[in-house]
Every structure is written in structure tokens, then in C-alpha cells.
Design a protein around this ligand. Structure first.
Ligand code: 2BA
Length: 108
């Protein structure tokens, strides 16, 4: 068994969860925050049999879109605490996926 950890954009999460639930996958949704943009994203934990991993990746790929995001990061430019915002273009991927081996799975 594998644990798929998928970090996706909030906008894509509802459709992805619907698609996976419809195919009878079990999911846990976590509200997460990206370290770089410091804005919200969604992390899904999906426990699956080994042979289902590719199907889940395909569903994530077909549901989650890459987007260009313009954000404004604040930087301290002067010793006098002056903050200057500057625009930053970032391409946020459709999904970041980690696949981990599960040693044991218990549902009581
Ligand atoms: P964030 O950390 O908010 O990153 C958003 C996007 O900013 C990233 O998109 C990437 O394009 C850019 N970025 C991130 N760190 C950067 C850096 N140090 N320098 C320059 N640009 C940087 P994605 O790579 O598609 O990542 C989307 C979200 O997935 C991330 O949000 C983070 O929450 C998660 N993530 C990505 N890679 C990860 C990893 N290796 N470990 C843990 N979480 C990861």
C-alpha cells in the first residue's frame, strides 16, 4: 500500500476530491500553506493499493492546472524599516506529489 501526499491549489481541490470520491478513493483533506508564497493550498492524503497509484496520478493531472500567479512580496530595503513591495511572477504547478510506502494500515 502507498500513501499519496498531493499538494494542490485550493481552486482545484473540490473537483479533485469529487472525482476521487466518486471512484471510491478515501481521502483526508488538510488546509496547508505554501512556504514560498505563504498563501493557502490544499494537501490531500490518499491511501491506495500499489496498483492504483498511477490512476490517482492521472486523475490529479487531469484535474489540476498550472497557473501563473503574480504576487507582491515585501522586502526591507533600508535600515529604517522601509518596506518596498515588488511584483513577482511565479508558476505554481498543478500538483506536487509525494508517494510513500505504508508499513501498516489499520481502520477500526
Ligand atoms: P509555495 O511554497 O508557496 O510555492 C509556490 C511556487 O513558488 C512554487 O510552485 C514554485 O514555482 C515557487 N517557489 C517555491 N519555492 C521557491 C524558491 N525557494 N525559489 C523560487 N521559487 C520558489 P510549485 O513548485 O508548484 O509548488 C506549489 C506548492 O507545493 C508550494 O507552495 C509548496 O506548498 C508545495 N511544495 C512544492 N515542492 C515542495 C517540496 N519539495 N516539499 C514540500 N512542499 C512542496
Amino acid at each position: 500500500m502507498k500513501l499519496i501526499v498531493a499538494i494542490v491549489q485550493d481552486q482545484d481541490a473540490p473537483t479533485l476530491i469529487d472525482e476521487l470520491t466518486e471512484k471510491e478513493y478515501r481521502i483526508t483533506k488538510l488546509a496547508s500553506t505554501g512556504g514560498f508564497l505563504k498563501s493557502g493550498n490544499t494537501t490531500l492524503l490518499i491511501g491506495v493499493e500499489d496498483e492504483k497509484v498511477e490512476e490517482v496520478i492521472d486523475i490529479v493531472e487531469s484535474t489540476c492546472k498550472t497557473r501563473e500567479i503574480t504576487t507582491s512580496l515585501l522586502t526591507v530595503s533600508m535600515p529604517g524599516d522601509t518596506y518596498i513591495p515588488y511584483p513577482l511572477e511565479v508558476k505554481v504547478g498543478g500538483a506536487t506529489i509525494f508517494i510513500l510506502d505504508v508499513e501498516k494500515y489499520v481502520r477500526l
